[in-house]
Design a binder for this molecule. Structure first.
Ligand code: HDE
Length: 708
C-alpha cells in the first residue's frame, strides 16, 4: 500500500539525497525526480531502502553478512515468484470486458444477468492453448480454451469452454490419459505444444470416441488467425431454469462478430518463429487501439422431446447439435475492452471453476461435465495454494457475499463478530447471514434411478457418423487441409502401425479421406476399417455452418495489411493504400529494410513498424510491395525479401505492387504465376479495389493450382 499510497502535500520533512529530494509523508515517501514524484523504495515491511545495489559485506571484498535482511527478503521473494502452471491450458491470455443482454430471457431462466434488456455484466475472458507449457508458442495446432468469468449480481458464473464444440473423450475418467498422451512424452520431455507424436495418435487410434474430435483438430479450427476470429462453445448440454422451476436444455455458443479465420499450416509454422506471441500481441494491440472484439452469445434451446428424438445423446460431449437442426438464438454480446494491468495478478491467478453457476443455470448429467465440476476446484487449490483463492480480486465476486467460511492461508476476509456458525440464536444482524429458499441456487429436481455401475450408455456408441458429417460439411479446400494435417501429424509418428490404425478409423469416416491420407503416408497397404460399435450413418446432412471458409466475414475489418516499402517509393501510392485500408477498418503495418524508415520520392520519411526480417509476410493478412526501381534492385539480393513475396503468394494472399517491384517478384519465382490475386498500383489506381478483394481474405483457388 505504501508504494502506491503516497500523496502530494503529505510531506513532513524533506531530505537531500544526491540530486533527488526525498519527501516524507504519511502515505509513504516520495522522491522528486525529473518527470514527477516516485515512491521511495522500501522493503516488504515498508522500511525505506538506502542501497539496492550492494549487499552488506564485512570489508569491501569480504563475505556477505547474515544480518542483511533486505538481501534475504529480496532473494527469498524472488525464489517463490512462480506458482504451478496449469496442467492443461497453461499458455493463456486474459482480458476484461462486459456482457450485455439483448432482451429479457425471464421466460426461460431466472438468472439475473439475462433478466433485463441492456443489462451489463462485467466479464474476464482467458483464451488459451491446451497442450503447450506456459512458455510455448501461440500458434501451435491445438484447441483454444475460451473461458469466460461473468461477475453477475448473483455471484460468479464461469462458462469454461473451447473453440471446438466437441471433446476427445466421453467420460472424465479418461481425461488424464488423454492429456498425458497429448503433452510431451514423459521420458524425453518433448515434443511440446504439439500432438504430432506417437503417444497422442496411439491413444486416439485406440479410442474410437475421439475420432470426431480428431477431425476437428486436424481442421483449420486449431490454427486460428487470431483469438478475435474464433468461435466459442460451452460444449456440454446445460440447463436453464426459470422462476417457476421449469427447465430448458441449452448449448452455449460464442459467435465472433469479425467472423472466423484461420491461417495455413506452413504459415503457422513460420509465424511461431517470427512471433511466438502472435495471438496475445494481436488481442492486446486491438484492445490497446480501442478496436474492441465482440462475440454474440448464442443459445441452442431444447426440451426433453427434442432430446429424445435427436439422433444422438445430448449428454455425450463428443456430439454436436447441428445449427441447421436447432437454430442458434443470439441473446447478447460480449465486448472485450480492457487489457490487464498485471499479467500474473489477473491472467495467471484467475481461477475458473465449472462448478461456479448462478441461480437459473444448472448442470446436466454429462459425465464429462460432472468430472470437471470436481476437477477445477481441486486444481485451483493446487495452483493458488489456499482455499482463499476467491479473495484474490480477479476471482472475488463483485456482488456482496456473506458466509461463515474462515481462516486458512491468506484469509483477507474473515467474518466479523462473534458468530461463525449456523444455526445460532444470536438473533438479528448479530446472527449473521441466512439462506434464502426463494432466491438461492436450487438444483433442478431431476428424477434419477438406476443401478450403481461402471457403464457407458449405449446411446454414446456411434463414433463415426458425426465425424463424417463434419468432414462433408467442409469446402474442398478445407477437406484438403484436413488430409494434409493428418499426413503431417502421422508422419511424425515413428511406429507405422499407429499411422495405419488411425487410417483404419478414417475408413469409417470417409473412404476418399482415408485413401488420401494412406497415399500421403505411403502406407504399404490400405488398412481394413476399424471395428465399429455402430455402422457409420450415411444419411446425416452436411451442416454448412461448420465450415470456416464458407462462412467468411466478407470483410477485411480487423485484419492487418503489411506494406513493404523502399526508399524512393511513391508517397502518393502509400498514402492512398493507407487510407483505403483505414476506411475498411483494417490495420496497416510498415515493413522497411531499416527500422528507421524509408524516404519517399517526395522526400517524406515514413517510419518502419518492422525491420524486414522482423516483419515477414506471414504476419499479415495481405501485403502491398511498394518499391522504387532502386529499392527493388536492392531487395532482390535479400533472401528475406524474396521470402516475403514467395510466402505471400504460397499462402494465397492478395498482393498489391508497384510496377517497379516486378524484378523482386521475378527473383522470388512468382512473376510468371501472377493471377487475379495480384493488383498493380499506379498513382492513378484507386487501391480500394485491392482492399475490396482482400475481403475474401485468401484466394483459395490459387492453392488448388499450387497443389497440382
Ligand atoms: Fe478443462 N481443465 N477439463 N476442459 N479446461 C482445466 O483447470 C478438466 C474440458 C478448459 O483459462 C484445469 O484451472 C477435466 C472440456 C479450459 O484458466 C483442470 C476435464 C473443456 C481451461 C481441467 C476437462 C475444458 C481448462 C487446468 C474432463 C471445454 C482453462 C487448469 C472431465 C468445454 C481455463 C485449471 C483457464 C482448464 C480439468 C475437459 C475447457 C485440470 C478433468 C470438455 C478453457 O481443472
Amino acid at each position: 500500500m505504501s508504494l502506491l499510497g503516497s500523496k502530494k502535500g503529505d510531506e513532513q520533512a524533506n531530505v537531500e539525497l544526491g540530486e533527488q529530494k526525498v519527501r516524507r509523508g504519511q502515505g509513504g515517501e516520495t522522491h522528486q525526480v525529473a518527470g514527477g514524484d516516485v515512491p521511495v523504495l522500501t522493503t516488504q515491511q515498508g522500511a525505506p531502502v538506502a542501497d539496492d545495489q550492494n549487499s552488506l559485506k564485512a570489508g569491501t571484498r569480504g563475505p556477505t553478512l547474515l544480518e542483511d535482511h533486505h538481501l534475504r527478503e529480496k532473494i527469498f521473494h524472488f525464489d517463490h515468484e512462480r506458482i504451478p502452471e496449469r496442467v492443461v491450458h497453461a499458455r493463456g491470455f486474459g482480458v476484461h470486458g462486459y456482457f450485455e443482454t439483448y432482451e429479457s430471457l425471464a421466460d426461460i431462466t431466472c438468472a439475473d444477468l439475462f433478466a433485463r434488456a441492456g443489462q451489463r455484466t462485467e466479464a474476464f475472458v482467458r483464451f488459451s492453448t491446451v497442450a503447450g507449457n506456459k512458455g510455448s508458442f501461440d500458434l501451435a495446432r491445438d484447441v483454444r480454451g475460451f473461458a469466460v468469468k461473468l461477475y453477475t449480481r448473483q455471484g460468479n458464473w464461469d462458462l469454461v469452454g473451447n473453440n471446438i464444440p466437441v471433446f476427445f473423450v466421453q467420460d472424465a475418467i479418461k481425461f488424464p490419459d488423454m492429456v498425458h498422451a497429448a503433452k510431451q512424452e514423459p521420458d524425453r520431455g518433448f515434443p511440446q505444444a504439439q500432438t504430432a507424436h506417437d503417444n497422442f495418435w496411439d491413444f486416439i487410434s485406440l479410442m474410437p470416441e475421439s475420432i470426431h474430435m480428431a477431425l476437428w483438430i486436424m481442421s483449420d479450427r486449431t490454427i486460428p488467425r487470431s483469438f478475435r476470429f474464433i468461435e466459442g462453445f460451452g460444449v456440454h448440454t446445460f440447463r436453464l431454469i426459470n422462476a417457476e422451476g421449469k427447465s430448458t436444455f441449452v448449448k452455449f455458443h460464442w459467435k465472433p462478430k469479425l467472423g472466423m479465420q484461420s491461417v495455413v499450416w506452413n504459415e503457422a509454422v513460420k509465424i511461431n518463429g517470427a512471433d511466438p506471441d502472435y495471438h496475445r500481441r494481436d488481442l492486446w494491440q486491438a484492445i490497446d487501439m480501442d478496436d474492441y472484439p465482440e462475440w454474440e452469445l448464442g443459445l441452442q434451446l431444447f426440451d426433453d422431446a427434442f432430446a429424445d428424438r435427436f439422433d444422438f445423446d445430448v449428454l455425450d460431449s463428443t456430439k454436436i447439435i447441428p445449427e441447421e437442426e436447432l437454430p442458434v438464438r443470439r441473446v447478447g454480446r460480449l465486448v472485450l475492452n480492457r487489457n490487464v494491468d498485471n499479467f500474473f495478478a489477473e491472467t495467471e491467478q484467475v481461477a475458473f471453476c465449472t462448478g461456479n453457476i448462478v441461480p437459473g443455470i444448472d448442470f446436466t448429467n454429462d459425465p464429462l461435465l460432472q468430472g470437471r465440476n470436481f476437477s477445477y476446484l481441486d486444481t485451483q487449490l493446487k495452483r493458488l495454494g489456499s482455499p482463499n483463492f476467491t479473495h484474490l480480486p480477479i476471482n472475488a465476486p463483485k456482488c456482496p457475499w456473506a458466509h461463515f467460511q474462515q481462516d486458512g492461508h491468506m484469509a483477507f476476509h474473515n467474518p466479523k463478530g462473534r458468530v461463525n456458525y449456523e444455526p445460532n440464536s444470536w438473533g438479528g444482524a448479530a446472527g449473521g447471514p441466512r439462506e434464502d429458499p426463494e432466491k438461492g441456487l436450487r438444483s433442478y429436481p431431476e428424477r434419477i434411478e438406476g443401478e450403481k455401475r461402471r457403464l457407458r450408455a449405449e446411446s454414446f456408441a456411434d463414433h463415426y457418423s458425426q465425424a463424417r458429417q463434419f468432414y462433408l460439411s467442409q469446402t474442398k479446400t478445407e477437406q484438403g487441409h484436413i488430409a494434409s494435417a493428418f499426413i503431417f501429424e502421422l508422419s511424425k509418428c515413428d511406429r507405422e502401425e499407429i499411422r495405419a490404425r488411425v487410417v483404419s478409423h478414417l475408413v469409417n469416416v470417409d473412404e476418399f479421406l482415408a485413401k488420401e491420407v494412406a497415399a500421403g503416408l505411403r502406407l504399404k497397404e490400405m488398412p481394413k476399417p476399424a471395428d465399429a460399435a455402430r455402422p457409420t450413418r450415411m444419411d446425416l446432412k452436411p451442416s454448412p455452418a461448420l465450415s470456416i471458409i464458407a462462412n467468411g466475414p466478407k470483410s477485411f475489418k480487423g485484419r492487418k495489411l503489411g506494406l513493404l516499402l523502399s526508399d524512393g517509393v511513391s508517397g502518393e501510392i502509400v498514402t492512398a493504400v493507407q487510407a483505403a485500408a483505414k476506411a475498411e477498418g483494417a490495420l496497416v503495418e510498415i515493413v522497411t529494410p531499416k527500422v528507421g524508415g524509408v524516404m519517399t520520392d517526395g522526400g517524406t520519411l515514413i517510419e518502419g513498424d518492422q525491420k524486414l526480417d522482423g516483419g515477414p509476410s506471414v504476419l499479415y493478412d495481405a501485403v502491398a510491395v511498394l518499391l522504387s526501381a532502386e529499392g527493388a534492385a536492392m531487395l532482390c539480393k535479400h533472401p528475406v525479401a524474396r521470402d516475403f513475396v514467395a510466402d505471400a503468394y504460397a499462402h494465397c494472399k492478395f498482393i498489391a505492387y508497384t510496377a517497379e517491384a516486378l524484378p523482386l517478384f521475378e527473383k522470388a519465382g512468382v512473376a510468371s504465376d501472377m493471377d487475379e490475386g495480384f493488383f498493380l498500383l499506379t498513382a492513378a489506381t484507386d487501391p480500394a479495389g485491392f482492399i475490396m478483394a482482400c475481403r475474401e481474405l485468401r484466394l483459395w483457388n490459387r492453392e488448388a493450382k499450387l497443389m497440382k
